[in-house]
Design a protein around this ligand. Structure first.
Ligand code: NAG
Ligand code: NAG
Ligand code: NAG
Ligand code: NAG
Length: 567
């Protein structure tokens, strides 16, 4: 609660006389509205806008240094995760930033309220005319042609010179809403008829050649069926866009696919932003049911929480993406692993906003939370298959402080799923932990796809698992689902089970995974070297020996992971 209330408490009589001539500096802009949006006209000047300001973290570079320090196996501080208070102290805005913003608010007669416990985010309401004046903006009405979704946005805005370095961004301004809301990043459920592969390993049920069930994953990745023992080791599964996880369907799923455990095994519910979890059968969400069935049904005995984010967003058009992270940051004991199967194209979010969200993942990572996201289902064309001339990186997979999970299919050989999104961020450069892996890949790739992707960007995904033909129970019936949405919960479950063994041995959970995955973890991953992720009228990136932007470093082997973490 570092800065809560400070905006009132530290209001001091600064504004003697008129503010000096304004010196506004361009802060963010975009050349035009995103594809699909058209300008309708000026916004009503008296229309009220709810704006949010993001203040700069007081010492993010130190937070980042500590994140790597506690997440890198060879570091002396490996596993010594930061407390809530330690993280808050590094990110709560400094007094100089608070003072600068407060005096600007006062000069402009604005009353703001703090909306995050570190004081990083504040909000206030002003009419369009005043917002245009304050930020030298042109707030206008834009309409999305296909859906009719309307939004008031500006193509550029400026901030006073004296706030530079103190104010990260104003939102919503140049980031447009996702007209389709955050689409679940899985493809439409499809019933597969094709044979997937021939299995040679005797332990793998032959049924796995047509559909994937928990038993298949257990056999392919050496996942134990015995129950976890550590109640402190929690697994969080996020849900958005009114996707509800149905308990009756989970019971049916467990009765069918986990006859070895109690079919009453279930999850707990956490809600925010007015979220709920309707148990009406027809409201069961394919995405939510997939995510909960392949966590509760694979991470045997790990206490699992379904975090349902409603539509009453505090973060504007981020649709709860930031709210859920802030809610977990406020907890003293957040889950050790968090899996999310939603996302969007990186270009739909302004760089400043994307960085602010990514920095929130770093905070949670420093607390010892593994954050996993599905990489997307459009191959190199983005979160969903789309036409394009340049490759489209997805968000948040480009953020270096989380773990992006792609998809594979088959065994002998396990090969890349063609929809598995992967590529290189335009917002973040290559982090140290993957620089060797990425440069090895780019050398092997040669000129293929050159000019279509950003060779200096952070590469994704980091890892992968099976993602084709997962059997999911939805409103009583079994559907087969494809997507990286299958892969993120699967990888998260395996990490949760590794954490259970670590905690039982008196050690810390893995926390932010990537520095481990790209070093000691490599030996515990099955390298996937065939398949590719076509899109944008190309064959996409080919999977190759070592890391590749289709399957990452590869798929997990639970037994080898235990060895890699020293158990
Ligand atoms: C905004 O202004 C228009 C006329 O310009 C007026 O009709 C409308 O009532 C005003 N709305 C508010 C909320 O003041
Ligand atoms: C950030 O923290 C480090 C380590 O405590 C310190 O050396 C540095 O001066 C701090 N930077 C700022 C801007 O406060
Ligand atoms: C599977 O094995 C059968 C018999 O050995 C063979 O005819 C078939 O081509 C194989 N299928 C694949 C996909 O390898
Ligand atoms: C490519 O990535 C780098 C590193 O993140 C970034 O600075 C640069 O702006 C990107 N280039 C384009 C064209 O987006």
């Amino acid at each position: 609660m570092v800065a809560s209330g400070l905006f009132l408490a530290s209001l001091i009589a600064l504004a003697l006389g008129k503010p000096t001539a304004r010196n506004l500096k361009l802060h963010e802009s975009r050349p035009s509205a995103p594809n699909g949006f058209s300008l309708v006209g000026s916004a009503d000047s008296n229309r009220t806008l709810k704006l949010r300001l993001a203040l700069a973290e007081s010492n993010f570079s130190e937070l980042e240094r500590k994140l790597y320090d506690v997440s890198t196996p060879k570091s002396a501080n490996y596993g010594k995760h930061l407390s809530k208070a330690e993280v808050q102290q590094l990110v709560a805005p400094g007094q100089d930033s608070i003072d600068a913003v407060n005096s600007w608010l006062k000069e402009n007669d604005i009353t703001a309220k703090t909306i995050s416990s570190t004081g990083e985010w504040i909000s206030f309401e002003v009419p369009v005319s005043k917002a245009n004046d304050l930020f030298d903006a042109d707030f206008s009405v834009f309409k999305h042609d296909d859906t009719g979704v309307e939004a008031i946005r500006t193509l550029s805005y400026s901030i006073p010179a004296e706030l530079q370095g103190h104010l990260d961004l104003v939102h919503p301004t140049v980031t447009f809403p996702n007209p389709y809301s955050h689409l679940p990043v899985f493809q439409s459920p499809v019933k597969k008829t094709a044979e997937i592969q021939n299995f040679t390993a005797g332990a793998i049920p032959s049924s796995c050649s047509s559909t994937i069930t928990p038993a298949c994953l257990q056999a392919i990745y050496n996942i134990p069926t015995t129950a976890a023992t550590e109640s402190s080791n929690q697994l969080g599964v996020t849900g958005f866009i009114d996707q509800y996880a149905n308990k009756k369907d989970l019971k049916t799923f467990l009765k069918k696919y986990r006859t070895d455990i109690s079919s009453s095994t279930t999850f707990t519910l956490q809600t925010l932003d007015g979220g709920s979890n309707s148990q009406t059968g027809s409201k069961a969400g394919v995405e939510a049911n997939l995510d909960i069935q392949y966590t509760v049904g694979v991470a045997t005995g790990v206490p699992t929480t379904f975090i349902s984010v409603g539509d009453d967003f505090q973060d504007g058009d981020l649709e709860g993406f930031l709210d859920v992270i802030n809610a977990l940051l406020d907890e003293d004991a957040p889950p050790s692993v968090l899996t999310t199967s939603y996302g969007q194209d990186e270009s739909t979010i302004s760089r400043a906003l994307a960085v602010k969200l990514c920095n929130a993942y770093a905070q949670l990572g420093a607390r010892g939370v593994s954050i996993l996201f599905a990489s997307g289902d459009g191959g190199v064309s983005g979160s969903q298959s789309a036409s394009c001339s340049k490759f489209v990186p997805t968000f948040p997979s480009g953020c270096p402080y989380m773990t992006s999970v792609g998809a594979t299919q088959g065994v002998n050989p396990e090969t890349a799923a063609d929809f598995s999104s992967g590529g290189f961020s335009n917002y973040w450069g290559v982090p140290d932990y993957q620089s060797d892996a990425v440069s090895t890949y780019l050398s092997a790739l040669g000129k293929t796809n050159s000019g279509k992707y950003n060779a200096s960007g952070r590469g994704f995904p980091d890892v992968s698992t099976q993602g084709v033909s997962f059997e999911v129970v939805v409103d009583g019936s079994v559907e087969a689902v494809d997507g990286t949405s299958c892969a993120s919960p699967t990888f998260a479950s395996i990490i949760s089970l590794v954490n259970d063994k670590l905690v039982a041995a008196g050690k810390s959970p893995l926390g932010f995974l990537n520095p481990f995955l790209y070093s000691d973890g490599v030996a515990a991953l099955n390298d996937i070297t065939s398949g590719s992720n076509p899109g944008c009228n190309t064959n996409g990136f080919p999977a190759k020996k070592g890391w590749d932007p289709v399957t990452g470093l590869g798929t997990p082997d639970f037994k080898k992971l235990l060895t890699a973490v020293g158990l």
